[in-house]
Design a protein around this ligand. Structure first.
Ligand SMILES: [Zn+2]
Length: 454
C-alpha cells in the first residue's frame, strides 16, 4: 500500500500545477464562438403526434434548429427563441415542453468557473491554500471539465506517477494533426492474465458529450489509485488489462472548446467546401451504409466506410498493435439519456449471438449504477434507440456493432446523464457522481468477466 501512496502524493501535487499551466494557456470557450444566446431546447412527445414533426412543422418555420436526441417517445430539438411555435401548423397535435430555457446559460455551467480562470492572483491564492492533508486533491481534476491539452498533460502525469501500470500509446493522427491517445493499463500479471483479457473503454466519440470524456478519465484514475489499496480493484487489474481512450475525437473536442460547444463530428474535409466533419459513430465498417446525408449534417456517414480517420486508425491499432489481446468487454461512453444499449444498432432484426448474456449484463450495469446514486438507467437495444426499426440505416456503422461483431465478447454503449434537463450541457458538479456510478458499472462488468462459471 505504501508503495502506491508515494507516487499518488506527487501526482496530486502535480495536478495543481498542471491545471494552472493549462488555464494560463487556455483559450477557453469564448473567442470566435458559435453563439447560442438565443436558443431554447424543446421536447416534443410523439404520443399524440402524427406525421413527420420536423418536415411538417419545424422546417416551414425555420431551418435554424438542431436535433439533440430522439427516441420512440420524444424528440429534443434546439430552436431559435424568436420562433413562435404557437404558429406552427399542427402544433396542437403535439405535447411539448421547454427543456432548456436558455442554451447560452446552460453552456456557461459547463465551462470552468471564474475562480479557476487565468487570473494569476486567483491561481496564487489557490496554491497558497493548498494543503494535501485537507483537500482531497484527487478530486481537483474532476471539479471542472478539462480541455484536450490539460487531459493530455494529465495522462503524462499518470504515466510518471504509475510507471508500472500505465503506457500511453498513439492510436493514430487526426485530420488536424493531433495525436489520438490510448492508455494501456496493465499490471503485467502473466500468471493471472495469460490470455491478455482486456476491457476497452472509449469516451468522446462525439465532441459535445463532455461528460463521456471526464467519466473515462474518472474510471482510469480509479483503476490506478485503487490498485494495491482495495482488494477487489487490485484483483481486477491483476486479471484484466484495460485500454482506455478518453478522447476518441480530439479535433472535435478541441473545436467544442474553442468554437462550437455543441459540435458533434470530427473536423475533416468532406467533398463539399465549408462542410466539415464525419460522424465517427457512423463510419465503422460493419453493416455500413451511406446515410445519404448532406456533408453539413450532424450524422454524416462519409462516402465510404472508415472515412473518419479516427475510426480507421482505431481499426488498424486494434488489429495490429493489439491484435493478440482478447477483448472481453467494450464500453463506449456517450451522453445523454441515461441508457444502456446493447447490440445491434444497425438493425432490430439482427439477433446478437448471446442475447441472454448481453441482457443480463445490461441490467446488471444498470442496477450497479442505480445502487450508487439512485439514477435509473434504461436498458434497450441500440437499434431501438437509433430508430433503425423505423428507418433502416440510421444505426449503421457504429463503434458498438463493429466492436461486438469483430473483437469484443460483450459490447455496450452507455448514454450517461442526464435525461434532458441539461442534455449535452451537464453542469460540472455532476462529473463526480457520474464518474462514481459509471465506475460501479465497470466493477460489475469486471466481476462478470472474471466469473469462473462463464
Ligand atoms: Zn454520442
Amino acid at each position: 500500500m505504501a508503495r502506491r501512496m508515494i507516487p499518488l502524493f506527487y501526482f496530486l501535487v502535480s495536478v495543481v500545477g498542471l491545471i494552472n499551466v493549462a488555464l494560463a494557456s487556455n483559450d477557453g470557450v469564448g473567442k470566435g464562438v458559435v453563439g447560442y444566446d438565443s436558443y431554447k431546447v424543446y421536447r416534443f412527445y410523439k404520443n399524440n403526434g402524427t406525421g413527420d414533426l420536423i418536415k411538417d412543422m419545424v422546417l416551414p418555420l425555420t431551418d435554424d434548429f438542431n436535433v439533440w436526441t430522439h427516441n420512440k417517445n420524444f424528440i429534443d430539438i434546439m430552436i431559435a427563441k424568436e420562433i413562435n411555435l404557437e404558429n406552427a401548423k399542427g402544433i396542437e397535435n403535439y405535447n411539448y415542453e421547454v427543456m432548456i430555457e436558455d442554451v447560452y446559460t446552460a453552456i456557461s455551467e459547463t465551462v470552468p468557473k471564474k475562480n479557476e480562470n487565468r487570473n494569476n492572483n486567483d491561481i496564487n491564492h489557490q496554491q497558497e491554500s493548498f494543503d494535501v492533508g485537507k483537500i482531497n486533491m484527487d478530486n481537483f481534476f474532476f471539479k471542472e471539465y478539462r480541455d484536450l491539452e490539460t487531459i493530455y498533460v494529465w495522462l503524462d502525469l499518470l504515466k510518471r506517477s504509475f510507471p508500472d501500470l500505465v503506457n500511453i500509446e498513439t492510436v493514430g493522427e487526426t485530420f488536424e494533426g493531433r495525436e489520438m491517445k490510448a492508455v494501456h493499463v496493465s499490471a503485467n500479471n502473466r500468471t493471472m492474465n495469460p490470455n491478455k483479457k482486456t476491457v476497452v473503454i472509449t469516451g468522446g466519440v462525439h465532441a459535445r458529450e463532455w461528460v463521456s470524456i471526464s467519466t473515462a478519465c474518472w474510471v482510469l484514475y480509479q483503476l490506478l489509485a485503487r490498485y494495491g489499496v482495495y482488494r477487489k480493484d487490485t484483483k481486477y487489474l491483476n486479471a484484466l488489462d484495460f485500454l482506455i481512450i478518453p478522447v476518441f475525437n480530439p479535433d472535435g473536442y478541441k473545436y467544442s472548446w474553442t468554437t462550437d460547444r455543441l459540435w458533434r463530428k470530427n473536423r475533416q474535409n468532406t467533398y463539399w467546401p465549408n462542410c466539415y466533419g464525419v460522424d465517427i459513430d457512423h463510419s465503422f465498417d460493419y453493416n455500413w451504409v451511406s446515410n445519404d446525408n448532406f456533408p453539413c449534417s450532424e450524422d454524416y456517414s462519409g462516402e465510404k466506410p472508415f472515412e473518419a480517420l479516427e475510426a480507421s486508425s482505431w481499426n488498424n491499432y486494434l488489429n495490429t498493435t493489439k491484435g493478440e489481446y482478447q477483448i472481453y468487454g467494450y464500453i463506449d461512453l456517450h451522453s445523454y439519456s441515461q441508457e444502456i444499449l446493447y447490440p445491434y444498432a444497425y438493425s432490430c432484426e439482427a439477433v446478437p449471438r448471446d442475447l441472454e448474456n448481453l441482457i443480463e449484463l445490461s441490467y446488471g450495469l444498470g442496477k450497479a449504477m442505480r445502487n450508487k446514486n439512485g439514477k435509473k438507467y434504461q436498458v434497450l437495444s441500440a437499434c431501438q434507440d437509433r430508430g433503425s426499426d423505423l428507418t433502416p440505416g440510421l444505426g449503421a456503422g457504429s463503434a458498438l456493432d463493429y466492436m461486438y461483431h469483430h473483437r469484443a465478447h460483450w459490447a455496450f454503449q452507455l448514454k450517461l446523464r442526464d435525461t434532458g434537463r441539461h442534455g449535452f450541457l451537464l453542469p460540472s458538479d455532476q462529473i463526480t457522481p457520474v464518474g462514481k456510478e459509471t465506475y460501479a458499472a465497470i466493477r460489475y462488468f469486471c466481476d462478470f468477466v472474471l466469473n469462473p462459471d462463464l
